[in-house]
Design a protein around this ligand. Structure first.
Ligand code: CO8
Length: 260
């Protein structure tokens, strides 16, 4: 499918998905959300794609939030529908078989931070700024931020960030555990792609099942999570990749994974 607001580049199993409306700092309007939903669905089905790296176009922003101009005209019903539409995208990222890395190159505010938090982990540029300014607009986070941020960093730090609307820099976000690594701006994409390549070189079925176990296990009791892990672990023994990966180790050669 052709996209107006997204750029997708594929190379060696890695798809780089760039939200491309830099004039509005890549703000998420309904059209961008619809395209994101389609593009992520396509990438999840795409046999060639093993890892997705998501970033924003331009020098300034990853995504500066949901589109305030569009939201300013919404009634309660439309606001609810818009929230559900954004949440569908965020939940889909969690359910994708493939890892999605957020490369936060600038502002990640409101819905932009929610999008980054929906990804499996975040790398940030040293000039990134992150926060939830929703309360300063008379609203609250609505694309999963009240659920994903406390799960990531605990409720006390999440409360402080969400209740104040304060915007923090990349170093603070790393200290708080929102961001895994901070890089010089020109290093961000090379480092994100390097990590993506390391993931793509593995038996990606194992990665996919581990993502499933982690995401679903967080919503279970520990005992149920262990049981769920064991069942996924067992399924991997029915795959060619398990035979290939272990066979290659025993035969002292490089594994040639097929993803099946
Ligand atoms: N929505 C729409 N347009 C935006 C947004 C946005 N979130 N952010 C920036 N823009 C536009 C600006 O209006 C401006 O357009 P124009 O040139 O036509 O005036 C252009 O992008 C450039 O922005 P600035 O001139 O403001 O750039 P600055 O460098 O001066 O400032 C900031 C950068 C600080 C990022 C500033 O643009 C800003 O504060 N933006 C808004 C940030 C924000 O509040 N984000 C949260 C939005 S609310 C949200 O995300 C809710 C998510 C859940 C929704 C659930 C619905 C139910």
């Amino acid at each position: 499918m052709e996209y107006t607001n997204l750029l997708i580049a594929k190379n060696s199993g890695i798809a780089t998905l760039t939200i491309n409306s830099p004039r509005t700092l890549n703000a998420l309007n309904s059209a961008v959300l619809s395209e994101l939903e389609c593009a992520l669905y396509e990438l999840d089905l795409d046999q060639e794609t093993k890892v997705v790296v998501m970033t924003g176009a331009g020098e300034k922003a990853f995504v500066a939030g949901a589109d305030i101009k569009e939201m300013s005209e919404m009634n309660s019903f439309e606001g609810h529908q818009f929230g559900l539409k954004g949440q569908r995208v965020m939940l889909f990222i969690e359910k994708m078989k493939k890892p999605v890395i957020a490369a936060v190159n600038g502002f990640a505010l409101g819905g932009g931070l929610e999008l980054a938090l929906a990804c499996d982990f975040i790398y940030a540029s040293a000039k990134a700024k992150l926060g939830f300014p929703e309360v300063t607009l008379g609203i609250m986070p609505g694309f999963g931020g009240t659920q994903n941020l406390p799960r990531r960093i605990g409720s006390a730090k999440a409360n402080e960030l969400i209740f104040t609307g304060r915007i923090i820099d990349a170093a603070q976000a790393q200290t708080w555990g929102i961001v895994n690594h901070v890089f010089a701006p020109e290093e961000l994409m090379p480092k994100a792609l390097e990590t993506a390549a390391a993931i793509a070189a593995t038996g990606t079925l194992g990665v996919s099942y581990a993502k499933d176990a982690i995401a679903n296990g967080l919503n279970m009791s520990k005992e149920d999570g262990f049981r769920y892990e064991a069942s996924l672990f067992g399924v991997l023994f029915a795959t060619e990749d398990q035979k290939e990966g272990m066979g290659a180790f025993v035969e002292k050669r490089k594994a040639d994974f097929k993803g099946k």
